[in-house]
Design a protein around this ligand. Structure first.
Ligand SMILES: *Cc1c(COP(=O)(O)O)cnc(C)c1O
Length: 460
């Protein structure tokens, strides 16, 4: 097999779903009616939906069979024990607590370890992580490496934490830091991986300062595969062993299983500290459910247990990461500037570089996302000033650090011809780039404005 260079989808299709075909004039009307906000477009009117990779995976025949086996007993369901065994085997952490999705684990963890005066340090907090840290009264501090800000430079491990800065912070803050977080892959900087060397060094620093290290491991398998591909010394190591080594440096982990567990809903919190786990289960019972189901059905627990095994298949991971690279290569050839290198779960287009004539206050990335939808029925998401920009008290506009359009690729859902189509649409769009106009913000709520904002085309 290794003699052939084509990397194929490592599955065949048993059940299909139709795509949402529409005309360009219909899409133009939907955009105007939806306030130029793609969250307001009904999914049935989207041809290729690259809004998110979260909860959008296609499950396998084995997972669907597991759903039928699901034990729905309230307490001590056999599905829970299979789930617990799968998480223990992967993470090496004994205390396994199921939750309905990643943010539920975060809410429980920071209710126990956060609080006023505390500082939580991470390579980068994902949005829901930051929100849960801040709701607890604690402060969230990101120590992202400076390479991550250089959009066009293909540094292999942009997800890393700045270990010098970490040591400095721990020295300065002492026991005000209850835990350090490594998000793998680092979602907020573009699904970029963390290297094993960086995890190892972070583990050493945390041990020296007696602070537990936690993995926010939504995309642990994609991170492990990128270590295998990019880090010297790992090419011949089975990806399962790489994943186990990643977890060997941490004392706790939580997962949004809607990503690398290949399911549509689920999550867990896993700990080595039995006393902390006891407290976590007390909080769990109040908000999620009894400790052997924690907000999930027995059938969901089964699907996660199976998915955690399937995601570590090397055939799957090589196809997965190759399909992301393939999209990146196609866009590059079509003259579309992207965040380099491509990461684990998607490709990020640099709208500032593609549309230099649109200033940040007219939301170039949102304008681009709307045009991609209008032209090709492709839904993406803006990660720029609509999401992260803000207004000062005097009304002046503070733009985001970058204006990006993210194409997140659902797992096992689209085939190569779908991706070829996306590349073709983008190529056409790149030719029309000088004609694309910015958008005025008409209406926005104070928090998480991008979900509900309304915009309109700016005057030429
Ligand atoms: C998605 C995600 C979360 C939150 O998980 P939900 O399942 O959406 O609640 C937390 N951290 C990371 C890195 C994520 O990607």
């Amino acid at each position: 097999m290794a003699a052939f260079k084509t990397i194929i989808e490592p599955f065949k299709i048993k059940s299909v779903e139709p795509l949402g075909f529409t005309t360009e004039s219909e899409r133009a009307r939907l955009l105007a009616e939806g306030g130029y906000n793609l969250f307001n477009i009904p999914a049935a009117k989207v041809l290729i939906d690259l809004l998110t990779d979260s909860g959008t995976s296609a499950m396998s025949a084995e997972q669907w069979a597991g759903m039928m086996r699901g034990d729905e007993s309230y307490a001590g369901a056999s599905s829970f024990y299979r789930f617990e065994a799968a998480v223990r085997e992967l993470t090496g952490l004994r205390e396994v607590i199921p939750v309905h999705q990643g943010r539920a684990a975060e809410r429980i963890l920071f209710e126990l370890l956060g609080g006023k005066g505390r500082v939580i340090i991470a390579n980068t907090h994902f949005d829901t992580t930051r929100a849960n840290v801040e709701v607890s009264g604690a402060q969230a501090r990101d120590l992202t490496v400076p390479e991550a800000a250089k959009i066009s430079v293909p540094y292999p491990f942009k997800g890393n934490i700045d270990t010098l800065a970490l040591e400095g912070c721990l020295r300065e803050l002492g026991d005000r830091v209850p835990l350090v977080i490594m998000t793998v892959t680092n979602n907020s900087v573009g699904g970029q991986p963390v290297s094993m060397a960086n995890l190892r060094e972070t583990g050493r620093i945390c041990r020296d300062y007696k602070v537990p290290l936690f993995l926010d491991c939504a995309r642990f398998a994609e991170n492990a595969w990128l270590i295998k591909q990019r880090e010297p010394g790992f090419a011949g190591v089975p990806v399962r062993d790489i994943a186990r080594e990643m977890f060997s440096y941490c004392q706790g982990a939580w997962m949004s299983s809607k990503k690398d567990a290949l399911v549509n809903m689920g999550g867990f919190l896993a700990l080595s500290d039995a006393a902390l786990a006891k407290k976590a289960r007390e909080v769990l019972i109040v908000g999620e459910g009894f400790p052997t189901y924690g907000g999930l059905s027995g059938r969901d627990l089964e699907a996660v247990a199976i998915g955690l095994g399937e995601v570590l298949s090397e055939e799957y991971l090589s196809y997965r990461i190759r399909s992301i690279e393939y999209l990146g290569e196609g866009l590059r050839k079509a003259g579309v500037p992207i965040v380099e290198p491509t990461g684990g779960h998607g490709v990020y287009v640099d709208a500032k570089a593609l549309l230099p004539h649109i200033p940040p206050r007219l939301y170039p990335a949102q304008a681009l996302a709307c045009e991609i939808y209008r032209l090709g029925g492709i839904r993406t998401v803006e990660i720029g000033s609509l999401m992260f920009g803000r207004k000062n008290k005097d009304g002046s506009f503070v733009p985001a650090k970058a204006e990006l359009v993210r194409m997140a690729i659902p797992r096992r859902v689209y085939t190569q011809s779908h991706i070829d189509y996306v590349i073709e649409v983008f190529g056409e769009l790149a030719r029309r780039a000088p004609d694309i106009r910015g958008l005025d913000l008409i209406e926005a709520s104070e928090h998480l404005a991008h979900f509900t904002a309304k915009l309109a085309p700016a005057a030429p």
